[in-house]
Design a protein around this ligand. Structure first.
Ligand SMILES: [Zn+2]
Length: 339
């Protein structure tokens, strides 16, 4: 009981999706024709655009038995004869294999392993000595930003609950870091920092540290509260997250609380952007203001107000005045003397 006809020998279909210089073609038809398409693409790129197709990265995969890689995801054709839905056809209910032939996105196993490895030594979660000299607030914030970036990036993956393993390794590494810094056992860390987090009406167990501020709400950093619910309609806003950012000043910048483009202090939040390396890759095009600013500040994060954040997300022109680098430095200096 297949739910759609798929073995017609004359049936062909070609889908195309591109992001920057990465693209994926989905072809229904024989492999020999897929090879031909690849050859034509290679010729076109070379003759018309003077570009070389990377042989090593341009693979033809049989999507039912293998997964294709695209933007850090595995793209697969779903096959599960156990999943049925009742379909109403002219008043007659019939069971159909509901997911066969549909596209599924997965987090590759090696990506999870790779991310976990950064927090491990000899097969176990390790503490991060390099973080012991910063505040509890910044330690928790660092882990949360790293994890949140990955979890948000993989929201389209139907197996995103696999990130539970990474979360556990990271949490163990985080609590070990706090334990080592304060010379206390890990259970004490949970006693001291454990908190109930409520996010969008849902309760999560997490960790929390805060910094009191004069005449203002304290700054709070939390670990946890990120749903691993698959969201196929999610819009991805970020590049595949890369770890190991230099965040030694992040806390000070958060305390300063101003937009690093326009200087506004309204709704300022951390904008986590692609690795610096990527920022330099705007060949032949003028770099957008935010890219120039990030390069100048040598940061992978920018604190942005809502307006500037939305403009950078959607590539809109900024028609409002931006503050200078000197102004940013001066403001940071003022914060430094305040706290
Ligand atoms: Zn702004």
């Amino acid at each position: 009981m297949p739910s759609t006809m798929r073995d017609d020998p004359d049936y062909r279909r070609l889908y195309y999706v591109r992001y920057a210089d990465d693209f994926l073609l989905g072809f229904t038809g024989p492999k020999s024709e897929a090879e031909e398409i690849k050859q034509q693409l290679r010729d076109f790129l070379r003759d018309e655009l003077k570009l070389e197709l990377s042989e090593e990265k341009t693979l033809i995969t049989h999507a039912i038995s293998q997964a294709a890689r695209f933007l850090g995801y595995q793209v697969v054709i779903l096959q599960d004869d156990r999943k049925h839905t009742l379909r109403d056809s002219h008043g007659v209910k019939a069971a159909c294999r509901s997911i066969n032939g549909k596209i599924g996105l997965r987090i590759p196993k090696d990506v999870i392993e790779e991310k976990c490895k950064r927090y491990m030594r000899k097969g176990k979660a390790r503490h991060r000595k390099e973080l012991e000299r910063v505040s509890d607030y910044e330690i928790i914030m660092t882990y949360q930003l790293e994890y949140r970036g990955i979890a948000q990036y993989y929201r389209l993956a139907y197996n995103m609950t696999q990130l539970g393993k990474l979360k556990w390794i990271m949490e163990t590494s985080l609590t070990k870091t706090l334990a080592s810094k304060h010379q206390i056992p890990v259970p004490k860390v949970y006693e001291k920092y454990g908190a109930k987090l409520v996010v969008e009406g849902k309760e999560y167990k997490g960790l929390r540290a805060s910094i009191p501020r004069p005449d203002k709400e304290p700054l709070v950093a939390s670990w946890g509260g990120i749903s691993l619910q698959w969201d196929i309609k999610a819009t991805l806003r970020e590049q595949p997250p890369r770890l190991g950012a230099n965040r030694s000043e992040l806390e000070r910048r958060l305390l300063a609380e101003f937009c690093e483009l326009c200087g506004s202090d309204k709704d300022v939040e951390v904008h986590h952007v692609k690795a610096m390396r990527k920022l330099h890759e705007y060949p032949g095009r003028p770099k957008p203001a935010w890219v120039v600013r990030m390069i100048a500040l040598k940061r992978k994060t920018l604190l942005l107000c809502k307006r500037c954040h939305e403009a950078t997300e959607h590539g809109l022109p900024m028609t409002w005045p931006l503050i200078s680098l000197e102004e940013i430095k001066a403001r940071r200096k003022r914060t430094r003397s305040r706290y």
